[in-house]
Design a protein around this ligand. Structure first.
Ligand code: ADP
Ligand code: MG
Length: 690
């Protein structure tokens, strides 16, 4: 196959032929295929099987063991279907091979009884349960055999929709592979294929559908994963270089007395990791190029002060900075700590949130536009249209995973390519971070300030909730403060609120009478929230009953108990964030997670929380439990649309493809890949603009 020349790449247009007009499709199947997201030939070629039947590997019934994952081939000898308790449909078939009989079971698939008949030859795969002589196989995949398919040892199993069957899909793919594969461009450079051990694209696409054998499947998979990830990296790379080719840039002063003064006045010494991050950020800021840096550090690792130093540098260089936080509470807290950090300097700090009274808002907006405010702290309010800066030099986004990609871009546009610092406690493993945030440079704070002790974390079943409250009562007597976080009811903020209010009442009147309780939730006025938080900071509120509004960022070092109600409803990153509210002082802290997990996943999360305190390890565990598709923030990046590549299994490929794009490609190769990427995704916008 010739190397692709995108200039005359019109051949590839054939791959965009509408699926409706492909031989054997027609109007009815057209609708069904579109339901699967298949609109053209290209989509179909990349419609990767979700599993395979390997006939070469079928086992003998006589050799099965309990718990085995099995692949069997045999004849259907008897069938039986009925409805069990609670209406569950059960279908059983007795299957015979040369070595014996077995019962295959299908749950809740009422249509099966119409498909499977006596004396058919069938393949099943699933899990064996029972003991020799009385085995059942709980079927996950099955296939009624047909002589048409006999020549293949490995058969693809596609994700289907009602009205389409495997046979139709296979036939369609056979046809399309023969007819259209020759038009598929080979885009990978020969050197890259050699260096990374990649097969040709036509071989890969054919073998991902109809693998000749195990090794050819693996080769196909590797090549396609590599291709997908390279396309993705190209998108990131293009964004990165685009950023660098616009307008004039800011550079901040190198020597900077204000920064030194502030650093010396801090009540603590920066940790080596914080110091390293500051050095990296400063180096970027001094360059006459826009900084795009992600500061990643576990909950409580001290990111705020790093941002404060960067803002000091900007202020002393004559530029304004802005810092945006996802909640009012957090913005207010940043405002207060910046006031402290900058006390005694002439740096002017203001805060702007949704709750700022209109009059005041107008004044602040005006002052920012005139350049009379050096540091503007706020929430989403900062990116509203009327806010303009006279000379924004640094934009900081805290808890960036809480913001959408668009919001970030908006913020970025508030100045002439200001330096950008995004901060996140979302502890993504390094390789993944480089992929998801490929357009950013990365600084990592990988140690906590000295003296922190891991938070003792215990799971308590709902029936034992009183134990947790007895503990709170006993500890508050020793001047220790606690948070009690209420269940999260996803569907409605109103219900969240009700849950918090009624728990508050119950605690106040029945369970913890005599203790000073405070209530905090998202529907309160900003002034009320401030009031509550500051009373809690001062200690006049001993126990703060709250919704998840305190989930991120809140810093009250004297609070050392965190009680989480219905902990089973929270995701692992949320649990970790919540727990991160305590363990900030020198005292031993506790996190009590109340709840009865109803799924294996939920149980695994609580287990992980008890076992691990390091956010990076928890993130890895979370990936393992959930898979990368659901991983924090990954969805919005479109990485979940990868059809073959798996960000965890394919870390090596992620790295290689990055290496290929960043270090090995000549400009014209980059251009070719870029057109290919655009071509490939011209219908769907898989490449995410970051
Ligand atoms: P996060 O990274 O979660 O945003 P914060 O910036 O809120 O963390 O810092 C957590 C707490 O640690 C704050 O009370 C802060 O004052 C304190 N802190 C930050 N850096 C240090 C340090 N080097 N030594 C001691 N305490 C520190
Ligand atoms: Mg923070």
């Amino acid at each position: 196959m010739p190397q692709m020349d995108i200039g005359q790449g019109a051949n590839m247009d054939r791959l965009f032929a509408d699926i409706q007009y492909v031989k054997g499709v027609g109007p009815k199947r057209n609708i069904l295929l579109r339901r699967l997201g298949i609109e053209n030939i290209l989509d179909l070629l990349w419609y990767v099987p979700r599993a395979y039947f390997n006939r070469g590997k079928s086992q003998q019934i006589a050799n099965l063991k309990d718990g085995d994952n099995v692949n069997l081939r045999g004849m259907v000898r008897a069938t039986h279907s009925w409805r069990a308790r609670r209406g569950m449909a059960i279908f059983k078939a007795v299957i015979e091979d040369d070595s014996g009989f077995i019962t295959a079971v299908w749950f809740n698939q009422p249509y099966i009884s119409g498909l499977i008949k006596n004396d058919q030859e069938i393949f099943i795969s699933g899990k064996a349960k029972g003991c020799p002589g009385a085995f059942e196989v709980h079927v996950s995949e099955f296939e009624i055999l047909d002589h048409e398919d006999m020549e293949f040892t490995v058969l693809p199993i596609y994700g289907l929709t009602e009205g389409l069957n495997q046979k139709t899909m296979r036939r369609l793919l056979h046809y399309v592979l023969d007819e259209y594969l020759p038009y598929y461009p080979e885009i990978m450079e020969p050197q890259a294929k050699e260096k990374y051990g990649l097969c040709n694209i036509d071989y890969a696409i054919r073998n991902i559908h109809f693998p000749e054998d195990g090794p050819s499947y693996l080769a196909a998979r590797k090549r396609l994963a590599f291709e997908e990830l390279t396309v993705f990296q190209i998108g990131l790379h293009v964004n990165k270089t685009l950023n660098l080719s616009a307008g004039q840039y800011i550079s901040h002063l190198e020597k900077n007395q204000l920064v030194e003064n502030i650093r010396n006045k801090l009540p603590f010494k920066l940790t080596p990791a914080q110091q390293r991050a500051v050095t990296e950020i400063f180096a970027d800021m001094e360059k006459p190029l826009p900084m795009n840096r992600l500061l990643q550090g576990d909950v409580g690792s001290g990111k705020t002060v790093v941002a404060a130093l960067a803002m000091a540098k900007a202020a002393a260089s004559g530029y304004q900075s802005a810092i945006m936080a996802p909640t009012e509470i957090l913005a207010e807290q940043h405002y207060n700590s910046l006031q402290q950090i900058f006390a005694g300097t002439d740096v002017v700090i203001a805060s702007l949130t949704g709750g700022t009274p209109t009059r005041e808002k107008q004044m602040i907006v005006e002052a920012a536009g005139l350049g009379n405010i050096d540091i503007l702290v706020g929430t989403h309010a900062l990116i509203q249209e009327q806010v303009v800066f006279e000379r924004l030099g640094l934009a900081v986004i805290d808890e960036q995973h809480r913001f959408g990609v668009k919001q970030r871009a908006l913020f970025n546009s508030k100045g002439l390519s200001p330096d950008m610092l995004v901060m996140s406690a979302t502890p993504i493993p390094r390789t993944l971070a480089l992929t998801v945030h490929g357009e950013l440079s990365l600084s990592i704070i990988d140690e906590l300030p000295p003296g922190r002790r891991p938070v003792k974390t215990v799971h308590i079943s709902a029936a034992d909730r009183m134990r947790a409250y007895r503990f709170v009562r006993q500890e508050t007597a020793k001047n220790i403060q606690a948070y009690i976080v209420c269940p999260l009811v996803e569907e409605s903020e109103k219900q969240d609120l009700q849950a918090a209010v009624s728990l508050y009442d119950e605690l106040k009147h029945e369970i913890l009478p005599g203790i000073n309780l405070g209530l905090l939730h998202g529907r309160m006025k900003s002034s009320e929230k401030d009031q509550v938080i500051s009373s809690f900071k001062k200690g006049s509120i001993q126990v703060l009953v709250t919704t998840t509004v305190i989930e991120v960022g809140v810093d009250v070092p004297n609070a050392s108990i965190m009680i989480i109600e219905h902990a089973e409803r929270f995701g692992l990153s949320q649990l970790h964030q919540l727990r991160g509210r305590v363990g900030r002082g020198h005292k031993q802290s506790y996190c009590l997670m109340i709840g009865d997990p109803r799924t294996e996943e939920a149980a695994a999360r609580l287990q992980a929380m008890q076992k691990l305190s390091d956010g990076f390890k928890l993130a890895q565990e979370d990936l393992r439990i959930r898979g990368p598709g659901d991983f924090w923030g990954v969805k919005q990046h479109g990485l979940h649309q990868l059809k073959v590549a798996d960000l965890i299994k394919d870390q090596k490929i992620v790295e290689s493809s990055r290496d290929l794009v960043e270090n090995m490609m000549e400009p014209e190769q980059l251009l070719r890949w870029q057109s290919y990427a655009e071509y490939k995704f011209k219908k769907s916008s898989h490449i995410v603009q970051n």
